[in-house]
Design a protein around this ligand. Structure first.
Ligand code: SAM
Length: 309
């Protein structure tokens, strides 16, 4: 796909379809579930991925080790050789309208054995996944620097399997402030209904990282903010879909799936995952929706997440 910041015929066509009430091929409404199911597994991701049926997951959302020696799980002799095993499985299990989202960073000065750039190069040459956006996750908080510009971003690469991918832009639009909205509503070139809905968040997302004392923290060293995961899950899946996070860490993906009525499968090597998730759930307060956790202590079976949804 070309870089479409200047001219975008697809955008014009979608505007016309909106005006005439026509639906895009990716539009689907699969209803809301009475109860969502969430499998929590402690395992190596490749083992669990082998159990997952082909074309069964709407959104694979992962925040893998960045290979920067953050912890004992974050050091690799050959990062790409390791990653190729789960990349292959991720593509296999995605639905036709599914998305694959991968967090990562680019290593400067010392490339070690691989980083997000190398993963993206590998995906380009060894898979049929198509890159839709490279999202820049920009945060204001971080370390200072003297010999280079202080780093304030990580990347999120969003891939799809086909042009039929789900994209719920309206679910994640950002409301205009009152003054801008008033001005835009008087601008004849703009569609008032779209102005009311808010703006496209663009591919640069300003969301702060969690500080050490953030109320969201549940104890995992590299926990991602709920707001970030929410934007991805709401835009790239629908209620009743299955979302998979196979580097689940604190279980934040499960937390958002419970709240947004998606089913989920979360796996991590770290046996602390259920404890972290319990802390997340306690922070969620009263829930409007019902959900079921499937853990090794309950009747552990991956299939109910994919069937009888
Ligand atoms: C960057 S953290 C994920 C943090 C998570 N996104 C969050 O917000 O809480 C990466 C996680 O991958 C897990 N991990 C590393 N290698 C793994 C493997 N082979 N299979 C499953 N999990 C693995 C680590 O235990 C760690 O919790």
């Amino acid at each position: 796909m070309a870089n479409r910041s200047h001219y975008n015929s697809g955008h014009r066509m979608l505007n016309l379809m909106n005006k005439t009430g026509k639906k895009h091929i990716s539009d689907r409404d699969i209803g809301k579930p009475d109860k969502t199911k969430h499998l929590i597994a402690i395992d190596d991701c490749v083992n669990l991925l082998k159990e997952i049926p082909d074309n069964s997951v709407q959104l694979v959302l992962i925040d893998p080790p960045y290979n920067i020696d953050m912890a004992n799980w974050d050091t690799f002799d050959n990062y790409i050789e390791w990653a190729s095993k789960w990349l292959f499985e991720a593509e296999r299990i995605l639905t036709e309208n599914g998305s694959f989202v991968i967090f990562g960073g680019i290593q400067f000065e010392n490339e070690k054995s691989g980083d997000l750039l190398e993963l993206m190069h590998y995906i380009r040459h060894h898979s049929n996944l198509k890159l839709v956006n490279l999202i820049i996750w920009n945060y204001k908080n971080g370390m200072g620097a003297h010999r280079f510009f202080a780093n304030r971003h990580e990347e999120i690469a969003w891939y799809v399997k086909s042009k039929k991918y789900t994209f719920n832009l309206d679910a994640v639009r950002i409301p205009y402030d009152d003054k801008t909205k008033k001005t835009y509503l008087t601008d004849k070139r703009l569609n008032p209904a779209t102005v009311e809905k808010g703006k496209n968040p663009t591919n640069v997302w300003e969301i702060n990282r969690l500080n050490g004392n953030s109320k969201e923290r549940v104890g995992h060293p590299t926990q991602k903010p709920v707001e970030l995961i929410e934007r991805l899950i709401k835009s790239l899946s629908n209620p009743n879909d299955v979302v998979l996070d196979f580097f689940a860490g604190s279980g934040v993906t499960t937390r958002v799936c419970i709240q947004e009525e998606r089913h989920s499968v979360s796996v991590d090597l770290d046996p602390m995952l259920p404890t972290y998730l319990q802390r997340h759930i306690e922070k969620m307060g009263d829930l409007l929706y019902s959900y079921q956790l499937i853990t090794e202590e309950t009747e552990f079976n991956i299939h109910p997440v994919f069937t009888n949804k």
